[in-house]
Design a protein around this ligand. Sequence first.
Ligand code: NAD
Length: 244
Amino acid sequence: MTDLKGKCALVTGAAGGIGATVVAALRARGARVAVADRDVSAIPAEAHLPGNLLEAAYADGLPAAAQAALGGLDIVVNNAGVITRGTVTESSDSDWDLSLGVNVQAPFRICRAAIPLLAAAGGGAIVNVASCWGLRPGPNHAVYCMTKAAIASLTQCMGMDHAHQGIRINAVAPNEVNTPMLRTGFLRRGFDPDTAVAELGKTVPLGRIAEPEDIADVILFLASDAARYLCGTVVEVNGGKAVG
Ligand SMILES: NC(=O)c1ccc[n+]([C@@H]2O[C@H](COP(=O)([O-])OP(=O)(O)OC[C@H]3O[C@@H](n4cnc5c(N)ncnc54)[C@H](O)[C@@H]3O)[C@@H](O)[C@H]2O)c1
């Protein structure tokens, strides 16, 4: 098990399926964690930083707030995300603003604020959550896919630009994960989530879709010293199922 004793971490989207699992896994390995989401009251953590990532001042201030609350900052996990469904012709201005705001602009703001703090402390690790659907096109989610391509590209650029400061910036690109994001999507379309998840699992070479733990373990690896020579990588975590 990766030892993260004494490390201080900020996790966004901490109340969600993947985020809550990442928070628990970080704490189980000895890290002290600041949790960010709209409502973090029910999440066991060392610091609680509730807010809306669409508010610029909140996103800009999160890394410093986490550092102040924890007494340091070593790891940032930009995990919060939203999914909007539809082709371009079915996408509204608000779909665009929401998707770009949460999936691209917020991690941009958080990375921009975190990098100088991590550099001043001698280095650190940032892990962004992209998607397989950002690496190749997925059907009927054009704006979502584009935002995930954007965060994958930003990760590659930042990984290159900030390695010299001892900051490793990488991303995971999951395919389907059994979380509220996926399950509410099925519900909205009138499917029973358990049946739909089981059916979807049959399309994965490994025989099932991912559980949050499958993604959290890779995020923790990227955040840890075991990934000390990885900078700007986007790791596909897909059970053998590529998009397309
Ligand atoms: N579930 C999947 O199949 C899947 C696949 C690939 C990538 N991902 C990515 O994984 C990440 C986590 O997704 P998840 O499946 O755990 O989803 P989730 O819906 O369970 O969690 C997302 C969290 O982000 C938070 N969030 C959204 N908008 C916010 C805002 N404006 N301010 C503050 N917090 C906000 C939500 O409150 C929620 O707790 C996302 O970036 C998602 O795009 C998920």
